[in-house]
Write a protein that binds this ligand. Structure first.
Ligand SMILES: [Zn+2]
Length: 187
């Protein structure tokens, strides 16, 4: 059975750290696990520090590829705060481009289920089926911390910088700290 690993375009420099949105050189294909579990905590840490102190941070995100493989194995994130010489922010981490339950061929980008996750039915966009195992595409609002179905009217009004596509179950979205939009998803 083919299971989508929920590929989304992953911003190497997070929305909150760059004003850019559609710079192709700033995009690689990454799993949602890479984005949410891997990179987001470090992006938030850095953005919060800059917001609170107005200090500068040397910041570099490097995708790591093996040979001529099409999919990055992961990204290296490095950051050092300047004015306090690293007292506020100092990290050098590697975030793996993996997805639990999915086997990924990094040479081609092909991916398949490792059999540990059961998918019962093909997901239908816009349904409100409360089926924990069905992966659905949601639109996250990183500002309000709400998630929506793509056709929700709130999505059209959302600023691009707050918009983040997420493929997974309702429960996974909630586990990431998001709450369902009352209008399009409901309790
Ligand atoms: Zn909504």
């Amino acid at each position: 059975m083919i299971l989508s690993m929920g590929n989304i375009y992953c911003h190497l420099i997070g929305y909150q750290l760059s004003a850019e949105n559609a710079n192709e050189r700033n995009l690689i294909t990454g799993t949602r696990y890479l984005n949410i579990q891997g990179m987001l905590p470090f992006e938030n840490l850095t953005a919060d520090y800059v917001r609170e102190t107005n200090n500068h941070v040397l910041y570099r995100v490097t995708p790591i590829f093996e040979k001529d493989y099409l999919l990055a194995l992961g990204v290296q994130m490095e950051a050092l705060s300047v004015e306090d010489n690293g007292d506020g922010i100092k990290y050098n981490v590697f975030c793996y481009n993996i997805q639990p339950g999915v086997v990924i061929d990094y040479s081609t980008g092909d991916n398949r289920s490792d059999g540990s996750i059961t998918v019962k039915a093909a997901p239908t966009q816009g349904t409100t089926a409360h089926n924990e195992t069905v992966a659905t595409t949601y639109i996250l609002n990183t500002h309000t911390k709400k998630f929506h179905i793509p056709s929700c009217s709130s999505v059209k009004k959302m600023k691009d910088k707050n918009k983040c596509e997420f493929t997974g179950s309702r429960e996974e979205a909630i586990a990431q700290g998001y709450s369902p939009c009352q209008r399009c998803i409901g309790k």
